[in-house]
Design a binder for this molecule. Sequence first.
Ligand code: SF4
Ligand code: SF4
Length: 156
Amino acid sequence: MSKKTSGKRPTGKKTAAVTHPCKKCTGRCCRYFALPIDTPQEWDDFDDIRWYLSHEDVTVFVEKGDWYLNVKNTCRYLCPKDFRCRNYELRPHICRKYNTGTCDLMGDEYDHEMHFLDDRQMEEYMRIKFGPRVFEKLEPKKRKKSKTKKILQKRS
Ligand code: SF4
Ligand code: SF4
C-alpha cells in the first residue's frame, strides 16, 4: 500500500453501509498528511531534512525512490466521537479520490524503503553517507590556549 500523500489522499467515511470498512475505522487516513519533497542530493539537503525531523510529529519516508515529509496531525474535521468527516460535502478533492482499496486500514503494509522517525536517525544516515566526522564542522572550535598563559604558568 501507499501511504497517503498529496497525490493519494484519504477521504472521510463514505455512505453508511453497514459493512463499509470506514465504519470500523477511527479515521486513520485523516490523522496525517504526507507531501513529496525534493530528493536530497547534497549535505545541505540532508541537513534540511534533519531540521524537519527535529520537530515533533514529523517523519520522513522514502517510497519507490521518492521522498516524503509526513506530518502526523489530525484534520480538524475528523469527528472525535464517530470518526466521520464533519466537512463531507465540501471535503477537498484529495479526500474525494482516496479509496479504501489501498487505504491505511485496508491496504497492504507500507513499502517504504526508508523511514526516518527523528533527527537522530537522519544524523546516523548522514554519518554513513558522508563519513563519521561529518558533524565536526558544526562543533564549536576548541580555543587554543594562549602562549602568554603558558609562559605565566611556567614561571609560577
Ligand atoms: S476533510 Fe474530512 S475526509 Fe478529508 S482529511 Fe479531513 S476529516 Fe478526513
Ligand atoms: S483509513 Fe480507510 S477505512 Fe479508515 S477512514 Fe480512511 S478510507 Fe476509511
